[in-house]
Design a protein around this ligand. Structure first.
Ligand code: UDP
Length: 256
């Protein structure tokens, strides 16, 4: 991997030049960071789990017609992706109150929201990713009103897909963050889902016990973060793929 030209290094991933024009290689690191890197640890194997979970989700999004940058997983830590121009926004969709919205609006953690809520944050570490409105996004030219419409439609479609996927394996999708990019096919530009979707970027609670199966374990100094990520991968049927009779896909968990 070090033979390839490094294009960008973020907190949890590195992007390398891809084998063909218009492609990149996305490498998943074991670094866990929170509070804008104020907390940082290496968790052996996290990158492998996130690569696999994100591959599974993006493959299914592609299959149901939600365009993403994902092309294929190359090995334990790397995937081949389409090169996009990243829109400098973190798009958060929330179904249940937790984290910053609970604090900001004085909601109980776990309160079901009146409907799914989409929020935008401006991607700027030096500013701690401030929340912004459509007014800011259009005024500063980060996206046009038509692009915001596309982004919101994609975000809701991803939410519907993920909510169903996780509920089927006994997990509640509390909220998640996606990033999007502009991708040109010939002369046509379209917005596609980029980055990753993994327990690093979602809040996932066991539907029965409400046990946190996501990065909040790290943020809140709870132990067992890697076990929780492994649990998510296992419930999605990703851990024992080569060992029949398991690995046939998600295992249905009845919650009621
Ligand atoms: N999130 C993320 N990256 C960020 C900030 C948030 O992936 O830089 C995800 C986070 O994991 C959660 C959702 O976005 O699933 C909403 O996060 P929130 O605004 O509640 O912020 P937090 O409490 O994580 O600071």
């Amino acid at each position: 991997m070090s033979r390839r030209r490094r294009i960008y290094e973020g907190k949890a991933k590195i992007l390398y030049e891809g084998p063909e024009a218009g492609t990149l290689v996305q490498f998943f690191k074991d670094d866990a960071t929170a509070f804008n890197k104020k907390k940082h640890e290496i968790l052996d194997g996290k990158g492998v789990l996130n690569n696999r979970i994100s591959e599974y989700i993006f493959t299914h999004l592609n299959r149901i017609g939600i365009p993403t940058h994902f092309i294929k997983r190359m090995n334990m830590r790397e995937q081949l992706i389409k090169q996009v121009d990243i829109i400098p926004l973190e798009v958060v969709v929330r179904n249940i109150a937790a984290g910053s919205i609970a604090k900001r609006l004085g909601l109980e953690d776990g309160e079901v929201l009146p409907r799914s809520i989409i929020e935008f944050y401006y991607k700027a570490d030096e500013l701690d990713d401030p929340m912004v409105s459509e007014e800011h996004i259009t005024a500063f030219g980060w996206a046009t009103p038509a692009e915001i419409d596309d982004i919101m439609t994609l975000a809701i479609r991803v939410n519907d897909f993920l909510s169903g996927l996780f509920l089927g394996v006994g997990i509640q999708l509390v909220d998640f963050k996606i990033e999007l990019g502009r991708h040109w096919e010939n002369d046509v530009m379209r917005i596609i889902v980029a980055d990753e979707i993994s327990p690093d970027s979602c809040r996932l609670w066991d539907a029965k016990t409400k046990k946190k199966l996501d990065k909040d374990r790290f943020r809140q100094d709870l132990d067992g973060m890697l076990d929780a990520y492994r649990e998510v991968a296992d419930r999605l049927g990703l851990l024992h793929e080569n060992e029949p009779p398991r690995g046939k896909g998600p295992v249905l968990v009845k919650t009621d």
